[in-house]
Design a binder for this molecule. Structure first.
Ligand SMILES: Cc1cc2nc3c(=O)[nH]c(=O)nc-3n(C[C@H](O)[C@H](O)[C@H](O)COP(=O)(O)OP(=O)(O)OC[C@H]3O[C@@H](n4cnc5c(N)ncnc54)[C@H](O)[C@@H]3O)c2cc1C
Length: 305
């Protein structure tokens, strides 16, 4: 699993969870599977997942994008932001309110909206700490979406998103393990080969501490992520497990990335060594698909708090 993460990281840290097939398609009709899932599976198309809005991030139940029925179709109005691959995607899975009173309790619906449909525009690209992705702002101005493009049942979009998010969280946890493995391997090699004061850096106990603490934390996180994934395989609904895996692995990789820079010294901060990039990229893992604070809140709820 972590090798896969390293591979992804080496290709630019792009996570396929938002651009490729996601488990949300489990609720899709046969027609939607053929038109959208199959080209995704063949890697002929990319998608994006558009839930977050300027006024609704952690509390996604407060989204304002509306979809109103008219002549057998839905008219979509609203704005999404921070959408990964929003500019490149061939289509977007967009969440909109279809019943203002019910909202997250049966009033949020998921739609598949194609690039190029009148009124659907990429209105801004955000510059970030990452050099890889420019999350997009997407604007929907009276976009007509055919009823056949409702993903799952009307009003059930929020539930579908929440079911999907466990898989996304595990995916990010696995990616964090892969990146941490790569950083650990790199810092170990550097500590063995770089010399200062006539001996390898790794003979210094401070440097040993950075390497050893990173190894211990990586192995602890790996054990936890695998155990959580296995509990989901065994039938757990995954809410606590996926949140715990993402929380522990992404917090861990942040610390490992910081130590890797310290072991590399000034070289770690220089772009050409390829270390500082991971330090920047992994920072966002503690934000998207559930911030660390929201994950803790989710876990607390499953513990009856
Ligand atoms: C690089 C990147 C890519 C993204 N890609 C996508 C995407 O493809 N699709 C998409 O829909 N969204 C995407 N997002 C949005 C992401 O999911 C949100 O940024 C995230 O949910 C947090 O929302 P927010 O930024 O509005 O922060 P806020 O909700 O404003 O929260 C701000 C801070 O307050 C904390 N906080 C909020 N409420 C509580 C609480 N009850 N208890 C404790 N702490 C709390 C948060 O944890 C956070 O630290 C992306 C974000 C980033 C950074």
């Amino acid at each position: 699993m972590y090798r896969h993460g390293s591979f992804l990281a080496a290709r630019g840290g792009v996570l396929p969870s938002v651009e490729g097939p996601t488990p949300i398609f489990r609720v899709a009709s046969e027609d939607l599977r053929q038109r959208y899932l199959e080209p995704l599976m063949r890697a002929e198309k990319e998608m994006c997942f558009a839930l977050t809005e300027p006024e609704a991030g952690s509390d996604a139940t407060q989204i304002r994008t509306r979809a109103e029925q008219k002549n057998g179709a839905y008219i979509l109005n609203g704005r999404k932001h921070f959408i990964t691959h929003g500019a490149e995607a061939d289509f977007a899975v967009v969440f909109a309110v279809t019943d203002m009173e019910k909202r997250a309790r049966g009033g949020i619906t998921a739609f598949i909206v194609e690039k190029g449909w009148p009124g659907f525009e990429v209105t801004r690209l955000a510059r970030t700490a990452s050099t890889v992705d420019l999350p997009a702002e997407l604007t929907f101005d009276n976009v007509e979406v055919p009823a056949a493009n409702v993903l799952g049942e009307e009003g059930q979009g929020f539930y579908a998103a929440m079911q999907w998010i466990n898989g996304g969280r595990l995916h990010i946890a696995a990616s964090a393990l892969g990146i941490a493995q790569h950083l650990f391997d790199s810092m170990l090699e550097y500590a063995r080969t770089r010399t200062a004061f006539g001996q390898p850096l790794g003979k210094n106990q401070y440097v040993q501490g950075y390497v050893v603490d990173s190894w211990c934390e990586l192995e602890s996180a790996r054990g936890l992520v695998y155990e959580m994934a296995s509990r989901i395989d065994d039938g757990s609904d995954g809410r606590r497990e996926a949140a715990a895996a993402k929380l522990v692995a992404t917090e861990m990789v942040g610390r490992v990335a910081d130590r890797a820079i310290q072991v590399y010294g000034g070289n770690g901060f220089m772009t050409e060594m390829g270390i500082e990039r991971f330090w920047r990229e992994v920072r966002a893992q503690r934000l998207y698909e559930g911030t660390s604070e929201i994950l803790r809140t989710n876990i607390a709820k499953t513990l009856g708090l």
